[in-house]
Every structure is written in C-alpha cells, then in structure tokens.
Design a protein around this ligand. Structure first.
Ligand SMILES: Cc1ncc(COP(=O)(O)O)c(C=O)c1O
Length: 399
C-alpha cells in the first residue's frame, strides 16, 4: 500500500535530521535537533572563513546575509528592516527593554509566567531605577486573566507591557493577540517573548500588534545555539527607539559629540557578528517555511497531548499543564523524584527530555506545589512511537 503523504514527509524530515537515528529527542523546548542543511550552512561558512578570511568571507556573503533577513521576516510576517540578529533571546529582550527610559515609579506590566531572566531584568530595573513590577493575575483555568490585564493597563498606565507567549516551564500558551490588542488600545508598548513560539506557532507580528518580539534560533526553529533575533515594529523604529548602549553597527558617529541611528532594526545589533551561525539561522528559517509552521504546530501539539495522556497516568505522576490552549511542552511532577534525576536517567537510555527546578519558574512551581518538574517537548519530526518509548522508560524507572 502506498504511504500517506504525511508518512512520506515524516520519513523525509527524519532522514534530514541525522540526530533522529541515535536518540529519542523530546527536548525541543531546550534545543531542537538541527536539520543537516542547517549544520551544513554553518560548517560551509566556517570553511569559507578559514580559506578566505573572516572579513572577506562576510563581504562576499552580502547577498546571502540579506536572504537570511528576508527568510526570518517571512517567518514572522515582518519586513527585513524590522529584524535585528543578536546572540540570544535574552539579549534580544534586554536590548528591547533598554529602549525605554524608565523613571522611578514607572510600572512594567507582566504576568506570573514570564521567563526567569525577564523577571530578573524587571527586578534589576526595580532595584536600580525604582520601576514597579506589576503582575497580572492568572485566570482560574490557567494563563493570564485577560480582563484583569486590560484593567491593569487602564489603572496602572504602565510604561511597558512585557509578556512571555509560551512559558518555558508549563504547557500553556498565553493569549498574545488579545493582550496585544489591549496594549494597542491603551497606547502601551508591548514586548513579547516568543522564544518558545517561533517555529512552534504561526506568527504574524501585525496581528500580534507588538512593538517588539524576541526569540532564539535553537528551540522550535531548529537553528543553532548562540544566536537569536529581535523584531522591532515600524512604530518602534519611527519613535527613535534604540538600545541604551549603542554599537557602531547601530549608529554612525557623525561629529565628535553626535551620532545618528541607522534607519532599520540593525540599530539593535552589534558589529561583531557570528556569520556562520547567521547562515545556520537562515537555513533553519527556510526549512521551517518549507515544512510549514501550521503543520509543524499541529503535529507537535498532537504529540505533546499524547505525551500528557500517556505519561500522566503513570504511578505518582501528575501533569502540570493548565490553560485554555496548550503548547508542545508537556510538564510533569513525579512524587518523590527530582526532575533532574529522571532526566539524567532517561538520557542514559538515549531519551532526551529536560528538567526544571523552583528557581527556573518560582511563582508557577510554588503555586503548583512542586520543587521540580520533568519537561517533554516533542516537535513535528518526532513520532508517537518515540513518545511511547519515553513513557515506557519512565514507567520502568518509577517501578
Ligand atoms: C520563554 C523563554 N524566553 C527566553 C529564554 C531565553 O533564551 P536564551 O537562552 O536564548 O537567552 C528561554 C529559554 O529557555 C525561554 O524558554
């Protein structure tokens, strides 16, 4: 019997991902497996640098670099001028945050589920500049309470609203479009951490109405480590937003005491640029576009739902995911066992998952009454059999 087109595509995606052969990789929320084309783009460019010289290879690659910006822009519904390539999601977020001149008493409106490093940045701004950190409460079903968020926008008049779309530590998806709409109506700039969303959810920055969107390459986008990007809206660029500490890529030194910002989002970049990783990022963006993000999302979410159903019935295991819409991240608490020990035991059997502890997501874990969790995060190239293998291995470990 002829194979279905889904089976043909799955076989191709897996053949194009050499890491699939040796391991069951269910840690795409940590770092996914790169397709071979991504690795080849990186090593190919390193080869060129080693033969031609780093600066010379970069000059010769100007067209390819422009194509990377175009591919990223296509992935998120922006234009190349809106994209800044930086070293990580955290760096992207810090660059965006630093564009705001916070005064003592200014509020940053956020949620209980924002990423740990983002929370630390808010707290650092509170300590150094007297910013108030206001966290919107959760809805009873999990995820931020949208009406309460809208109420706080009106009451607190925050200088900025900053939200993590898909938290790293729980399977929930925040209603980013609704939050963006409320921010736009209230005239409050909106910074969206899309680190776990890029490659996992279809993205249209216009519909999200965000001023900034930040991400890494290495997670559901399947790019390399050590690189990420920022999307700055036309409105943010037109306002003259810029990072607090500029670099010569972001501005021109015009006279001894003056400078001019570059017109596009590259004002958020730094001159020193990991061109090989940039090529890898471009290859990953093109690969995601070819696979089709809506299709990737549908498969990844179905596999995570399967993992939740299969693993939460094991003895002593509790699924921790709550929310109106769930992501490709499935999280579990296991009675009497640390997430990290279980992760290491599974890794010893060739199964990649990840673990988190209290300090990674303090508010959420305290509310759920757990001090660690095991995270299983499939992507579209994974199979039901792989989820089954992980569930059986966990069952044996718990026996
Ligand atoms: C939601 C979220 N935001 C930000 C980050 C930070 O990404 P990076 O390590 O690239 O700075 C992560 C990493 O896990 C994340 O899950």
């Amino acid at each position: 019997m002829a194979k279905s087109s889904e089976a043909v595509d799955l076989a191709r995606w897996r053949a194009e991902t050499p890491g699939c052969a040796a391991r069951v990789h269910l840690n795409n929320a940590g770092a996914s497996l790169m397709p071979a084309v991504v690795k080849d783009a990186i090593t190919g460019f390193l080869g060129r640098e080693s033969l031609e010289g780093g600066y010379e290879a970069a000059d010769a690659a100007a067209v390819e670099v422009a194509q990377v910006y175009a591919a990223i822009a296509a992935l998120v519904g922006a234009r190349p001028r809106n994209i800044a390539i930086v070293t990580s999601a955290t760096h992207a977020f810090a660059q965006a945050l630093s564009a705001f001149d916070f005064a003592a008493g200014d509020a940053i409106l956020t949620t209980n589920a924002d990423y740990v490093s983002n929370q630390l940045m808010y707290l650092a701004l509170a300590r150094r500049q007297g910013v108030r950190v206001v966290r919107a409460p959760d809805a009873p079903e999990g995820g931020v309470d949208v009406d309460a968020f809208a109420g706080l926008l009106a009451r607190e008049r925050p200088r900025l609203a900053a939200v993590t779309w898909i938290p790293t530590n729980s399977g929930m998806i925040q209603p980013a479009e609704e939050l963006g709409r409320h921010c736009r109506e209230a005239g409050v700039p909106f910074l969206l951490d899309a680190c776990q969303a890029v490659g996992q959810l279809p993205i249209d920055v216009g519909a999200l109405q965000c001023d900034y969107l930040t991400t890494t390459a290495r997670k559901f986008l399947r790019g390399p480590r050590g690189i990420g990007f920022l999307v700055a809206s036309d409105a943010a660029l037109a306002r003259g937003d810029a990072p607090l500490l500029l670099d010569m890529r972001g501005a021109r030194w015009t006279e001894a005491d003056t400078y001019a910002l570059v017109a596009d989002a590259r004002r958020f970049e730094q001159w020193e640029f990991p061109y090989a990783l940039v090529m890898g990022l471009g290859a990953a963006a093109r690969y995601a576009l070819e696979v089709g993000v809506p299709r990737a999302a549908q498969r990844a979410h179905a596999l995570a739902a399967h993992a939740r159903a299969r693993i939460s019935v094991l003895p002593g295991v509790r699924s921790l995911d709550r929310g109106a819409q769930l992501s490709a991240i499935a999280t579990f608490a296991v009675e009497g066992r640390s997430g990290r020990d279980l992760m290491l035991a599974l890794r010893g059997q060739g199964i990649n998952t990840s673990a988190q502890s209290r300090g990674d997501a303090l508010i959420d874990l305290d509310r759920k009454g757990v001090d660690s969790l095991l995270r299983v995060s499939p992507h579209y190239f994974n199979t039901e059999d792989e989820v089954e293998t992980a569930a059986r291995a966990l069952d044996r470990l718990l026996a």
